[in-house]
Design a binder for this molecule. Structure first.
Ligand SMILES: *Cc1c(COP(=O)(O)O)cnc(C)c1O
Length: 395
């Protein structure tokens, strides 16, 4: 017996739900790549991405996933023999630094912990000890999708400045752009990396770099540059060169629509919607935690992201069964734990094209699963989420 037949709900931290309007915008014949509507779409998307990143700097669109944009960012500003410092706070800064190592860059991780944000004081100390300036760049993730942490990028910037260090600040905003405030220029970020399939409500397959003036200066002498990712080549006049080959046409029509939807809602309202829905999830988890089997992965409340919540299940209760129950019995796909916490965690995403019924539905199904599987939990998590929304979303 199941109650899954109906519209499926996808509650994983990427790819996220693609709006029908975006799917419809992509459902069209292919067009010419040298003239016609695609040229305008490219120019307007590149310009509007600057608004989304909050930068006056340059933006680049790649036909690639987030890993591609990671590689693009690294190869455009680094040289062989450079060293980067990755700030550990989950899985993704590690992955990015690993990629740098493969490229022939020396890498060092500032050790961190999966249950908390990066420590700016430890960063400042490490950079002060780098007296001969061997560290070329600091790599940090704004929201780590594995741990669910939000890092304070302004505090990271302050730590670099306090140490008087010249390293570039490179930030992965793949899971935070379009879900939480990010102010590239105001926060002193030199390079930002994003992907299409999370807050930007698109299918996977497009990713982005944004580069400030200091990054562009480093780029001039970077010797890891390759023909495909190269920012300068992509500045070329020919529309074709903006993508180093055939533009990902349908994805671009989709992106145009997705950005239009973000602007129509207003970025401030987009962020506030995410905050309200994320807090609804947190209210529910806090009640479930009263059963002493469930807990937040991120211990400090202010460090929990508005994109995804990572939830620990202790005491040997079977997380895989819970995830399977939600999917097979109720039609909700929730996220598995990743990066070593597969057996003890699950994730509820609340990013992108998401609204109250989607979040309340997901919470209701998780609470149903906890009950059906006999996993100890405080009762009334969904009610707490409802109470939160009822008090904050005024009539
Ligand atoms: C999803 C994600 C990535 C990887 O993106 P892909 O498109 O899977 O390559 C990198 N960093 C963060 C923070 C992410 O959430």
């Amino acid at each position: 017996m199941s109650v899954r037949h109906g519209r499926p709900v996808l509650s994983i931290p990427g790819p996220t739900t693609v709006p029908d309007e975006v799917l419809n915008a992509m459902h069209r014949p292919a067009v010419d790549i040298y003239s016609g509507p695609l040229l305008e779409v490219t120019d307007s998307c590149l310009a509007d991405l600057r608004t989304v990143f909050a930068t006056e700097g340059r933006t680049y669109i790649y036909a690639a996933n987030g890993h591609g944009a990671w590689e693009a960012a690294l190869t455009n500003v680094l040289s062989r023999g450079n060293k980067v410092l990755g700030l550990e706070s989950g899985r993704f800064a590690l992955g990015w630094a690993d990629m740098a190592a493969v490229l022939g860059v020396e890498t060092e991780m500032l050790p961190g912990d999966w249950s908390r944000a990066v420590d700016p004081a430890a960063l400042e100390t490490r950079l002060r000890n780098d007296t001969d300036g061997t560290i070329s760049a600091v790599l940090v993730v704004q929201v780590d999708t594995a741990s669910g942490v939000r890092n304070d990028i302004t505090a990271v910037r302050k730590a670099i400045d306090a140490a008087g260090h010249d390293a570039l600040l490179m930030v992965d905003v793949i899971a935070s752009l379009g879900t939480m405030p990010f102010e590239m220029d105001a926060w002193g970020v030199d390079v930002a990396v994003a992907g299409s399939q999370k807050g930007l409500m698109m299918p996977p397959g497009l990713s982005f770099n944004a580069a400030g003036p200091k990054a562009v200066a480093r780029h001039a002498s970077a010797d890891l540059r390759t023909a495909y990712w190269d920012w300068t080549t992509r500045e070329g006049e020919q529309h074709y060169m903006k993508y180093c080959g055939t533009p990902p046409e349908h994805q671009l029509f989709g992106l145009r629509q997705a950005i239009d939807m973000l602007f129509a809602e207003g970025l401030e309202n987009v962020f506030e919607r995410h905050r309200l829905l994320a807090e609804a999830v947190r209210r529910a988890v806090a009640v479930w935690a009263e059963g002493n089997a469930i807990s937040f992965n991120i211990s400090e409340p202010s460090q929990r992201s508005d994109s995804v919540t990572t939830i620990r299940v202790d005491g040997g209760h079977d997380v895989a069964s819970l995830i399977r129950y939600c999917d097979e019995k109720c039609g909700v796909t929730i996220g598995v734990g990743i990066g070593g916490i597969e057996d003890t965690a699950f994730r509820i995403a609340h990013m992108g094209h998401v609204n109250a019924p989607m979040v309340l539905g997901t919470l209701g199904v998780v609470e149903t699963g906890l009950g059906a599987l006999g996993i100890p939990h405080g009762r009334g998590g969904v009610q707490a989420a409802i109470d939160w929304l009822a008090s904050e979303v005024k009539a």
